[in-house]
Design a protein around this ligand. Structure first.
Ligand SMILES: Nc1nc2c(ncn2[C@@H]2O[C@H](COP(=O)(O)OP(=O)(O)OP(=O)(O)O)[C@@H](O)[C@H]2O)c(=O)[nH]1
Ligand SMILES: [Mg+2]
Length: 287
């Protein structure tokens, strides 16, 4: 069924970086932290705000601010990422093929992207409030070899996928594409793109695949700490242009993150809680 859909998953050069994950990040303690200026807190919560000042006035920023929840919403979402006896967060199972994927009813989100783009690191960041949940990351591309399912109570499931491109597992196409096409409870696909190098050919192929699948997906721009702001903005505007011209199922707002510095993680937690119907947003129009 999927044989005709084989794509030339390319093997672009990958820059390996070393980054260490910070551990526990509670929004409430962040609010109380005296060491951070309000501007720093703002850019930690909404990383795009840091870049706005560098943009020409003619640049339309609306697409970058569509999802802009209140702090209250973020705090509400954060509760979901804390494990309790009645709301357990755990690694559930791994699957090598779609027919091994567990039958789960709750909404699911998955993370796809080139090998080494930071998928597992980002999931580890999302679960920083439950460090007992082990998410393996590595500076060696091709580390995640199976689809790894993590349950967030009965609210939703997060799936960490193997990467494509450099050193991707041979069966990536057999594993991930069928999942994306047929998984009934898939609420959102997050397509990760390395913000420090910008869109690569393999990313464009992945975008094309997501467009063919016609299910809603969101671009997450990773490693925004790894390059200068000028380079990041150039990569972002290029990405924005591609999203505008070539996509119909992609959410117009890219979500910017650094798993190393925790930038954008609170926003992403809230976004996932929102798209899986786990929280009700009070107001998205506030800045
Ligand atoms: N500077 C920086 N490095 C990061 C960031 N996120 C991940 N990394 C590093 O990138 C490398 C790859 O991270 P992973 O999370 O294992 O990447 P992956 O996409 O899961 O890779 P595969 O499982 O091989 O597909 C590791 O060395 C991480 O420390 C980030 O936000 N900033
Ligand atoms: Mg991985």
């Amino acid at each position: 069924m999927f044989g005709l859909r084989l794509r030339p998953w390319l093997q672009p050069g990958i820059r390996v970086c070393t980054g260490s994950q910070q551990s526990v990040h509670k929004l409430a303690s962040l609010q109380k932290a005296t060491t951070l200026s309000p501007k720093k807190v703002q850019s930690l919560l909404y990383p795009f705000s840091e870049l706005e000042g560098y943009l020409d006035r003619s640049v339309d920023r609306t697409p970058f601010q569509l999802f802009h929840p209140s702090l209250k919403d973020m705090l509400e979402a954060e509760k979901l990422y804390c494990s309790t006896p009645t709301h357990k967060i755990d690694y559930y199972v791994s699957a090598e093929r779609m027919d091994h994927a567990p039958a789960l009813k709750q909404p699911e989100v998955c993370f796809i992207g080139r090998s080494n783009v930071g998928k597992s690191s980002l999931i580890k960041g999302l679960f920083s409030l439950t460090p007992e949940v082990e998410v393996r990351v590595s500076k060696t591309p091709g580390h995640t070899k199976k689809m790894n399912f993590f349950r967030v109570g009965k609210a939703f499931t997060i799936v960490d996928m193997p990467g494509y491109g450099h050193k991707a597992p041979q069966d990536f196409v057999d594993m991930v594409e069928p999942y994306l096409y047929t998984r009934k409870n898939l609420a959102r696909t997050f397509l990760l793109v390395d913000g420090s190098v910008g869109l690569q050919r393999a990313d464009l192929i992945a975008l094309e695949m997501c467009e063919e699948i016609r299910r809603p997906y969101v671009i997450v721009v990773t490693k925004i700490d790894k390059c200068g702001q000028g380079a990041l903005l150039t990569n972002l505007l290029n990405l924005q242009d591609v999203v505008k011209r070539q996509t119909t199922s992609c959410f117009p707002q890219p979500i910017l993150v650094s798993s190393l510095h925790f930038w954008g993680i609170y926003l992403l937690r809230c976004f996932i809680a929102h798209v899986t119907g786990s929280i009700k947003l009070t107001d998205t129009s506030q800045s």
